[in-house]
Design a protein around this ligand. Structure first.
Ligand code: AP5
Length: 218
């Protein structure tokens, strides 16, 4: 299956994409994660992207589209795009890339979460700088403060989770990304899932949507 996960910052796209892709053996392509790897590794991609990300802005379409095109080239089976596309231009470019491979998206899952929830999630989120695992200061703190349970790496706040940057990310989401909800609705591809329940319940809902097609693989 070829899926894209859509929703505001903090909607749970990454959490759900990871669970879903791992369960069904699909590739998980997170543009945010690829860009953050670039920043951490000080690569040319990272230095181009850093300023945009720290300010809560989108990285230019041509850079992100290039990343996704390259990733998709190496993938034969199903995939979940997490955080891409984020503009109508990116969506059009993705159509072109998939058409070139005689394919198209099967569905776009929109995780619907209200703004207060998103702000609460992001302001309390902490991530491991080494393995990227997510924590939350209230709901899911690491056992030892500041230390990753999984790899012992240092757990810190993402630069773009500071309150002023979160506000900008939400503004950018409304302006650039929210129009994709109608865009995919018109194409008959949009599936809305409530993103407020606990992660396992949200995941169950996503699986239910595709039970017919994935039933035998459960
Ligand atoms: P990206 O990393 O994609 O950030 P985002 O979309 O803002 O998404 P988040 O990672 O903040 O949230 P999420 O929806 O994945 O939620 P998560 O599962 O992590 O992008 C970062 C930056 O990179 C962008 O601002 C931009 O600059 C650039 N970029 C990336 N893609 C781009 C593109 N296509 N075009 C241009 N620029 C691009 O969960 C969030 C928190 O909530 C976690 O702590 C988690 O544990 C918790 N949580 C998750 N689900 C639940 C739940 N159901 N209940 C309670 N807590 C939950």
């Amino acid at each position: 299956m070829r899926l894209a996960f859509l929703g505001p910052p903090g909607a749970g796209k990454g959490t759900q994409a990871e669970l879903f892709a791992r369960r069904y053996g699909f590739a998980h392509i997170s543009t945010g994660e690829i860009l953050r790897d670039g920043v951490r590794g000080g690569t040319p991609l990272g230095s181009k992207a850093r300023g945009y990300m720290d300010g809560g802005e989108l990285v230019p379409d041509e850079i992100v589209v290039g990343i996704v095109a390259e990733k998709l080239e190496g993938i034969d089976g199903g995939f979940v795009l997490d955080g891409f596309p984020r503009t109508v231009e990116q969506a059009e470019a993705l159509n072109g890339i998939l058409r070139g491979r005689n394919g198209s998206l099967d569905a776009v899952i929109y995780f619907d979460v209200d703004e207060d929830t998103v702000v609460r999630r992001l302001s309390g989120r902490r991530v491991c700088g080494k393995c990227g695992w997510n924590y939350h200061v209230e709901n899911m703190p690491p056992k030892r403060e500041g230390v990753c349970d999984r790899c012992g790496g240092e757990v810190h706040q993402r630069d773009d989770d500071r309150p002023e940057v979160v506000r900008e990310r939400l503004r950018v989401y409304q302006r650039e990304t929210a129009p994709l909800i109608d865009y995919y609705k018109r194409k008959g591809l949009l599936e809305r899932v409530a993103g407020d329940p606990p992660p396992e319940e949200v995941q169950e809902e996503v699986r239910r949507l595709f039970a017919d097609r994935l039933g035998s693989r459960r």
